[in-house]
Design a protein. Structure first.
Length: 425
């Protein structure tokens, strides 16, 4: 397994500086092969293509890609799980991961163990290109969904060492934990790093000296970036990922936009269904080229970015670049004492019986959680949600969890978190 993984890594690494024309030809072949596979092997695509009138004859060259119908999360949610995956695979043998429900509605995603390794290698390519080394110790700040209960054998030998910090702990406790780890690299939600940076400035000194910080999970604005880099005296490299697919685009040391992993994804930016001009904002549509278990073809993500530019980056990487304008910038929540809580800490979407949810905070001591029940809803669902939310929010907050028949949407996308609090006390 490790030998194949190393081979895959060096193959992917070699793509970073290949001519863009060669990369686009590779991308087109991968796109065409994936569509043909889905057409023949995946039930939901057979029905979706037939319903929209698409056939393989409509896909002869790259200019025909817009002929392939787009897909949405709701399309997948309405289908049986087995219909989403290849006819050649058994669902019980696949890796299952549930999206966090950033739009309030989670989705179960399935992929093969081999594809899980590919995702990891794709991630490592970003880290290594930005200066991380095999023996650099990483601190991963996350919720408990991403904390594995095992370690790889190479980690026990000192390669790619990683320690976890629980994002729901207080900022002070997290800093103490980081001081004990003394990491060279930090990987974290952007909002978690904002909280930690604020705590560092409050304390007046930073207990660690990381050489690089990677952020992910939500929009990183210029003020937050400046705060984090000032507090930790290092640079940030932001990664744009989609849970359904893995790391799609990333910043390099030059900081001239986000490089698209063109060898693994086909990225489109559309305005009213038509391609946006280079640098022009539009809605993001992505095809995952490396996962055949549960294909995502022309998947409407919902985020707004600027259309790719092909001009060479000064770092030397030939991958096209996008500018991320609007990520998952949910509102902050507040504990009773006024301290901020990142919405990414909550795992409400993973609780049995939750189809969709929304959190509304009207005051520091008042938080309402609306639950749209799923098919596995039971009498335990609401109490389980309340218990989890109270564990994160702490004492002093009155949490009301209610079952609803509908959660309203605006402009086709639902806000998962709504805070009506303007500032902390």
């Amino acid at each position: 397994m490790y030998v194949n993984g190393i081979k895959t890594y060096f193959n992917l690494k070699s793509n970073l500086k290949k001519p863009l024309s060669e990369l686009k030809e590779m991308q087109w072949r991968s796109f065409r092969d994936l569509v043909e596979f889905a057409y023949r092997q995946v039930s939901i695509y057979r029905h979706h293509f037939a319903k929209t009138g698409f056939s393989l004859e409509n896909l002869r060259d790259p200019s025909d890609i817009p002929n392939v119908p787009t897909t949405t999360k709701s399309l997948f949610q309405q289908a049986d799980a087995q219909d989403l995956i290849s006819d050649q695979l058994h669902i019980e043998k696949l890796v299952r991961k549930r999206t966090s429900g950033s739009s309030g509605s989670p989705l179960d995603v399935y992929y093969t163990p081999e594809d899980r390794i590919y995702r990891t290698i794709l991630h490592l390519r970003i880290l290594f290109y930005n200066g991380m080394r095999f023996r650099d110790k990483m601190a991963h700040i996350s919720d408990d969904r991403n904390v594995p209960d095992f370690r790889y054998s190479f980690q026990r030998l000192g390669f790619l060492p990683k320690e976890f910090v629980y994002a729901a702990d207080s900022a002070g406790d997290q800093l103490d934990r980081l001081a004990a780890i003394d990491p060279a690299v930090i990987y974290s939600y952007a909002s978690s790093m904002v909280l930690l940076a604020s705590e560092v400035e409050t304390q007046g000194s930073c207990p660690i000296k990381p050489k690089i910080i990677f952020t992910t999970g939500e929009l990183l604005n210029s003020d937050d970036r400046a705060l984090i880099e000032r507090a930790f005296s290092t640079k940030i490299r932001d990664i744009y990922g989609v849970v359904e697919m893995a790391d799609v685009a990333w910043e390099c040391p030059a900081g001239e936009g986000y490089h698209i992993n063109i060898d693994s994804f086909h990225v489109e930016v559309l305005n009213d269904g038509k391609p946006a001009l280079p640098g022009e904002p539009g809605k993001l549509v992505i095809t995952n080229l490396h996962s055949y278990a549960m294909p995502f073809i022309r998947y409407e993500v919902g985020d707004v970015v600027t259309a790719p530019i092909d001009d060479p980056c000064s770092c030397g990487c030939t991958f096209p670049r996008i500018g991320v304008l609007q990520g998952r910038a949910d509102d902050w929540l507040y504990k009773a004492d006024g301290s901020k809580v990142s919405p990414l800490i909550f795992v409400v979407a993973s609780i049995k019986g939750v189809l969709q949810y929304r959190m509304i905070q009207k005051a520091y001591d008042q938080l309402a959680v609306e639950i749209l029940p799923g098919p596995d809803y039971t009498d335990d669902t609401l109490p389980d949600v309340k218990k989890h939310v109270l564990e994160v929010m702490g004492s002093g907050v009155n949490v009301e969890v209610v079952k609803v028949d509908i959660i309203p949407q605006k402009s086709g996308k639902m806000r998962r978190v709504i805070s009506e609090i303007e500032s902390s006390p």
